[in-house]
Every structure is written in C-alpha cells, then in structure tokens.
Design a protein around this ligand. Structure first.
Ligand code: NAI
Ligand code: 15L
Length: 268
C-alpha cells in the first residue's frame, strides 16, 4: 500500500528528530513542520503555529498529524498561551477544516505532575487519575487534552493524547528510570496511535515497560502498543551516581519530579 502521509509538527526538536529517523520504517511518509528550518530537509514547512493559513495548507491531504510543536518546558504564561494553547487550537481548526481524521497529541506527564508518585507497594497511577498540572506548561497539556476531547465529541476528529514521560536516547536520572520511553518504544507507540481503530479520544501513558514504572500502560496496550524496552540496565550506574530518590525531597515526591519545585525554563 502507498505510504500514509503524516504531518509531524515540531519536527526540528529532540523528539521530532528521533521520530524522523524511526517512523519511515513503519511506512509513513512524513511532512515536516517547525518554526526552525532543518538541515538536510529542504521541504520542511517553516511556519509558526500562529499562522492559520500555513497550517491549513500543511494539513491538507494528510492521513494524520503527530503534534509535537510547542514550548516543551516551563515559560511565562503569555508565551505558553500563544504557542501551546492558541497554537494547538489553530492546528485543530486547520485539521477540522481540512477533514483530517486523527491527531496524535504530545501531552505530558506534567499534566498530572502534582500527583504523588507511587512508593513501595502503592498501585500504579491509572490513566484516569485527576489532572494536577505542575506548571503553566503542564496546564497547557491539560488544555490540549480537553481540546482533543471536545473536537472528538463535537466534530468526530479523533485524538490519542500521549502523556509522554521522558523520551531521550538514554535515561539520565533516577526519576527517568521510572518514566523513560526509549525512542524505539516511542515509535512503536506512535505507530499504534496512528493505526488503532476507533480511538475517539484516548489518553495513554507514554513510556517503556520499565521495571520501576509509576503508571500503568493499559490504555496504550489496548491500542496495540507492545513496549520492548526497560530502563533497568541503566539503574545501577545512575543510582550509584545520584543516589536513590528521597521521599522527603519535594523534587522526588511527585510524578513531575523537579518540575513541581524548580522547573526548567524555556530558553527562547
Ligand atoms: P523540543 O523543544 O526539542 O521541540 C519542540 C519543537 O517545537 C522545536 O523544534 C520548536 O522549534 C518547535 N516549536 C516551538 N514553538 C513553535 C511554534 N509556535 N510553531 C512551530 N513550531 C514551534 O521538544 P521535544 O522534547 O522534542 O518535545 C516534543 C513535544 O513532546 C513537545 O510538545 C513536548 O511538550 C512533548 N513532550 C516531550 C517529552 C520528551 O521527553 N521529549 C516529554 C513530554 C512531552
Ligand atoms: C516534558 O514534558 C519535557 O518536554 C521534557 O523535556 C522532559 O523534561 C520530560 O517532560 C520529563 O518529565 O522528563
């Protein structure tokens, strides 16, 4: 079958770069969009999520959208409002106007970042845990999930909202042993999100099958996601370097980690 064209917003970013490498093997033809040009990708649509006309053209004819673009750390509310809240609204409007059937929305664990992390024998956090954003950034992801639900209920536009943990080549902190999503599992999950039938609006946790996992992967597995990776091989070295998580340290007590107390700030 002909490859299905998928618009990848935020294609110049960290996760976008990983997915540009991995998703074509699943048979997708990627159309790239970002605020910044990408070296070696002259066809990239260089556009701001504020540009409704550019978005409408960018989504025309695609099978689905993977929406990664936006501010990925904490920032003043006005900036978050523009890029993540208005920007995501603009993209959904373009998708609705052009009849795109499905969005995979990069939500974040920070939509529920103020949820206490499980300790000891505590049960895993279920996907329907109440939202408890830990930042304006997390609040914008919470909005994105509600926007997605609304566009499904009102217009029949489907979304899988993925509450991504940390998707980087390797885990680099003790917290990431629990929330890591390997790039290969990220591609597996996005593929499942793009191909599962009748998703309506489904929210899933995005991580590998980590031994120290904090949340369940049930709703992701129900879409066909079959994670293969586990951060555990990195545990000994990271714990030797950084020590175990300290339950009395606020930066170790919640799903959102240091975002609850000292969030990294968007540098632009
Ligand atoms: P990143 O910051 O590396 O990439 C974001 C990209 O969006 C950048 O290339 C930037 O130029 C682009 N962008 C920002 N504002 C834009 C605008 N107004 N119009 C067009 N493009 C714009 O972030 P990363 O790590 O690649 O994350 C991608 C997405 O996944 C983000 O939405 C982030 O919130 C989400 N996410 C990522 C996680 C991770 O582990 N990498 C964890 C949880 C969520
Ligand atoms: C996120 O939402 C950020 O975009 C990413 O850069 C990581 O910091 C990740 O969460 C995390 O919680 O580790």
């Amino acid at each position: 079958p002909a490859p299905r064209t998928v618009l990848l917003t935020g294609a110049a970013g960290g996760l976008g770069t990983l997915m540009r490498d991995l998703l074509p093997a699943y048979g997708y033809e990627l159309r790239l969009l970002d605020l910044r040009p990408i070296e070696g990708e002259p066809d990239t649509i260089v556009a701001d999520l504020a540009d409704r006309e550019a978005l409408r053209e960018a989504v025309r004819g695609v099978y689905a959208i993977i929406h990664l673009a936006g501010i990925s750390l904490e920032a003043p509310f006005e900036k978050i409002l523009k890029a993540n809240i208005e920007g995501t609204y603009n993209l959904y409007e373009a998708a609705r106007e052009e009849g795109v059937g499905r969005v995979v929305f990069a939500s974040s664990n920070h939509a529920v970042g103020f949820t206490p992390r499980p300790q000891g024998d505590d049960p895993l956090i279920p996907i329907d845990t109440p939202r408890r954003p830990d930042t304006f950034y997390g609040l914008s992801k919470s909005f994105g999930e509600d926007l997605a639900q609304f566009y499904w209920d009102k217009y029949g536009l489907e979304t899988v909202s993925v509450r991504i943990g940390s998707c980087f080549p390797e885990p680099t902190s003790v917290r990431m042993l629990s929330v890591w999503m390997s790039p290969a599992d990220g591609a597996r999950l996005f593929h499942a999100c793009l191909t599962a039938e009748n998703v309506g609006h489904t929210v899933v946790h995005g991580s590998s099958a980590n031994t120290r996992l904090w949340w369940d992967l049930d709703s992701a597995r129900a879409l066909g996601y079959d994670p293969r990776d586990d951060s555990e091989p990195y545990a000994e070295k990271l714990i030797a370097e950084q020590g175990e998580l300290d339950p009395d340290n606020i930066a170790h007590a919640y799903l959102g980690g240091h975002f609850v107390s000292d969030p990294p700030i968007w540098p632009y």
